[in-house]
Design a protein around this ligand. Structure first.
Ligand code: SAM
Length: 264
């Protein structure tokens, strides 16, 4: 099955060997992009899981710079970011394909003081139809997890799920030149190709100072309009030294601004 729930395998011929864990993940997910993820969770093959919230999320919360309202975390895994973001000001939906991941997330969140401010939903991001739209989508290692042929569908879903003037924050990973995946390599252009046609405008490119670990080659871009995105080069894959999952993270903000495409 592919990400749309349709038949057909999508194993890449150019999958690089990263480490045995990542090889196994790639083999499971490329054989079955729906059930393969749950098998990864069942077998504890989750090198992306930081065991706590993404540091930049805590920073955005502390500095009051995270949008309020309804928040969607697609491919939320064990839900650390969902729990961290949830508050009376922000209702968070953690969306996950894997039943095992959802069960872990629900278990981990049992003692949360903000239990009424979030929910975990077991659904496919590409087919789920919520009744309410979102003010913010936070994508951390979800875009890189989906097969590149699904990226334009990802852009369409982001566009459909956000309210007018909604915001997408994504940590870009991995920025590298490897082939195959997951994780599939990502670039600013990859995001722009699918988001510009949907009416999104990137305002800035900044370095993610909160990425854990040694700093590596870093490129900083500023796009017309003032949004920042940080690009850290050299990331190869989840858990692969010298690039642990949180080292090559990049933050990218896109604002949904219909009618501004010709100004980009
Ligand atoms: C690389 S993991 C990242 C998990 C989490 N964001 C984190 O950083 O810990 C990607 C997650 O996306 C989920 N996933 C993959 N395809 C999905 C889909 N179509 N809809 C919802 N979740 C999906 C997988 O089950 C997996 O938990």
């Amino acid at each position: 099955m592919d990400q749309n729930g349709e038949g057909g395998g999508n194993r890449s011929e150019n999958t690089i060997s990263l480490n045995p864990k990542v090889d196994k993940i790639q083999s499971l997910v490329n054989a079955d992009s729906i059930g393969g993820w749950d098998k990864c969770w069942e077998q504890g093959l989750t090198p992306w899981d930081l065991g706590g919230p993404t540091p930049v999320i805590l920073h955005l919360l502390q500095t009051g710079s995270l949008p309020k309202g309804r928040v969607l975390v697609p491919g939320c895994g064990s839900g650390h970011d969902v729990i961290a973001i949830a508050s009376p000001e922000r209702y968070v939906v953690g969306l996950e394909l894997s039943k095992t991941a959802i069960n872990i997330a629900r278990e981990l969140s049992l003692s949360s003081p903000n239990a009424s401010c979030f929910e975990f939903i077991e659904e496919n991001f590409f087919t789920w139809r919520p009744t309410e739209l979102f003010d913010l989508i936070f994508d951390y290692t979800f875009f890189c997890a989906i097969e590149p042929s699904m990226r334009s569908s990802w852009g369409s879903r982001v566009q459909e799920l956000l309210k007018p003037d909604g915001e997408l924050i994504t940590l870009m990973f991995p920025v590298s030149d490897h082939s195959g995946g997951p994780p599939y390599k990502v670039s600013v252009t990859d995001y722009e190709e699918v988001l510009h046609p949907m009416g999104f405008k990137a305002i800035s490119i900044i370095d993610n100072e909160l990425a854990i670990g040694q700093r590596r080659d870093t490129s900083i871009f500023q796009l017309p309009g003032g949004i920042f995105l940080s690009v850290r080069k050299g990331g190869r894959g989840w858990g692969e030294p010298p690039c642990p999952p949180h080292l090559s993270v990049t933050r990218l903000c896109f604002k949904k601004q219909q009618g501004l495409l010709d100004q980009c």
